[in-house]
Design a protein around this ligand. Structure first.
Ligand code: G4P
Length: 530
């Protein structure tokens, strides 16, 4: 049974891991779950001990329909704190999905490979976090291998990300000479367990770097070097200030090895001790405090059923306020529709057959037939609340879809509409002409789209170039100005899936030119669901 008091908002940490592929996100995720005693291991699901009865809703849905929701939200508990770890897709294409997942967390862990430092994807994801002041703990991974100088790595973080850094621990040696980790603030030493595996062993509380017991682990000359480095590490960087960290201005840095278990517990402890509990969520007319009594939340991700026999999908809702109970009726603010949520998926339902409640910071999965969309706000009670900052991005690739079999055009439309609702692709209906245009942010999404059209909708399709290269949502303070612009550019105007007008430009030059000429019209690269 859960030991945490679930109603205590302060006992929750909802976070994501950001990293460049291969830095060790998967390995670290597994270790976090292992140390946290969760039942989901390495992407598969195991009931704790022999007790196979511990199946929660999502497991049943997975088994029946063959979908994989396991890895999207992972929950573990440690020392009375519930951790909700939201997975971000691991591929290199910058995806909207990743961006939106980061809108649903209160903090992030940035994993960096000690041999590589900051890589392209780390940087992009970091920028997304910065947009929302998401606080970040840095985990410099793979210290069991030969890597770069720790000072060089920390300086790179400070310089490239323009962020204050505060090392919390320090690697003693690297690669073959790796001796263990020194906790700079708590004067603790974590040594390997002595076997060939070099996994983390005992952590010993020392009186300081002059504690004679350190000689058991570190040869005298290396100890002198460590004393020097520790002094520089503490004196040369910012003091660790948890407030600055929570404001997104400073990152505490932990060295470790996910593979060999070094630094993993220290990371969990740092999350528990310093990472923010559920924060107020930006919304109109005003930010929603987690303490607000009525339930509210927003959909940040929709995952379609991978089984073509079933068209339903799971919408992932982050609870922003209130105490959610199974069977509750929530109102979709955009449409006014009231939805009874009778079979929500509770990801934290570790030991319980059925969970009935969820709290701010938790994620629930809502099975539905395409009614719920990414960006939707759901509320209890009469007040309209619209959560903000969950945008659609202007696509960077526009294509027309070419049908293998022209009699399948109806199925194609259904499929494209479904996938646009899911947020996989965007769909534009030109004012002139009948061929719809599909827009995606990255190449990978095109491949996913084509394979899913075949697998789920039995529609053989390919792409052909669209005459347009880029799209912008258009608006104007003066409705007449917008109408005039639309009327005079009908060949380049389309509607998105919500009916919002979009300007399609042949290339960047044309877009710039039009933007400069049409001062009364506003061209935007992102749009939020109203
Ligand atoms: P990702 O999800 O960020 O893409 O990275 P992942 O965890 O899959 O790790 C990428 C590779 O780095 C894996 O090796 C993994 O074993 C290794 N790795 C992760 N953490 C550490 C660490 O702390 N120390 C060392 N030495 N290696 C680490 P691989 O050879 O690609 O895969 P595998 O064959 O080991 O599974």
């Amino acid at each position: 049974m859960s030991t945490a008091n679930p109603s205590s908002i302060n006992q929750r940490r909802t976070f994501a891991i950001i990293s460049h592929p291969d830095a060790g996100k998967t390995t670290l995720t597994e270790k976090l779950l292992l140390f946290g005693g969760a039942i989901h291991l390495a992407g598969e699901v195991r009931a704790r001990g022999q007790n196979r009865r511990a199946k929660s809703d999502w497991m049943k849905i997975e088994q029946q329909r063959g979908i994989s929701v396991t890895s999207s939200v992972m929950t573990f508990e440690r020392n009375g704190i519930t951790f909700n770890l939201l997975d971000t897709p691991g591929h290199e294409d910058f995806s909207e999905d990743t961006y939106r997942t980061l809108t649903a967390v209160d903090s992030a862990v940035m994993v960096i490979d000690a041999a590589k430092g900051i890589e392209a994807q780390t940087r992009k994801l970091f920028e997304v976090c910065r947009l929302r002041d998401v606080p970040i703990i840095t985990f410099i991974n793979k210290v069991d291998r030969e890597g770069r100088d720790p000072f060089a790595l920390i300086d790179e973080i400070a310089d490239m990300l323009a962020l204050d850094v505060a090392p919390l621990n320090w690697p003693v040696g690297q690669g073959g000479q790796f001796r263990g980790l020194w906790d700079l603030r708590k004067s603790r030493f974590t040594a390997p367990d002595g076997s060939d595996s070099r996994s983390a062993g005992a952590t010993t509380q020392m009186s300081g770097l002059d504690d004679p017991r350190l000689a058991d682990y570190v040869p005298a000359d290396e100890l002198a070097h460590l004393q020097e480095q520790a002094e520089l590490a503490l004196g040369g960087y910012s003091e660790f200030d948890p407030e600055l960290y929570r404001a997104g201005q400073l990152t505490p840095v932990l060295f470790g090895s996910a593979l060999k278990d070094f630094g993993v517990e220290a990371l969990i402890d740092a999350l528990a001790e310093y990472a923010p509990a559920p924060r107020p969520q930006p919304a109109l007319p005003e930010a929603v405090s987690p303490d607000a009594p009525l339930v509210s939340g927003f959909i940040f991700k929709v995952q379609a059923n991978m089984n073509p026999q079933h068209r339903d999908r799971i919408a992932f809702m982050r609870i922003a306020s209130g105490k959610f109970r199974r069977g509750m009726k929530l109102r979709q603010v955009a449409t006014g529709k009231v939805i009874a949520i009778n079979s929500p998926i509770f990801f934290f339902a570790q030991d319980r057959e059925i969970a009935d409640e969820a709290f701010p910071g938790d994620i629930i999965g809502i099975p539905n037939h395409g009614v719920l969309r990414v960006g939707d706000s759901l509320v209890e009670g009469p007040n309209d609340i619209t959560f903000t900052g969950i945008p659609n991005f202007a696509p960077e690739i526009l294509r027309r879809v070419k049908l293998g079999d022209p009699t399948k055009s109806k199925q194609l439309r259904t499929a494209l509409t479904d996938m646009a609702e899911e947020g996989v692709t965007q769909l534009f209906r030109p004012m002139i002409g009948s061929q719809w245009i599909v827009g995606v942010v990255g190449q990978l999404q095109l491949e996913v789209l084509i394979s899913r059209l075949g697998a789920e909708y039995n529609v053989a399709a390919g792409f052909e170039p669209s005459p347009f290269d880029t799209a912008r949502w258009i608006s104007a303070e003066d409705p007449a100005a917008l109408k005039t612009f639309i009327d005079t550019n009908r060949g380049a105007i389309a509607e998105d899936r919500d009916g919002a007008p979009v300007f399609l430009a042949r290339d960047q030059w044309e877009l710039n030119y039009t933007e400069q000429r049409e001062k009364a019209v506003k061209f935007t690269a992102t749009r939020e669901r109203a």
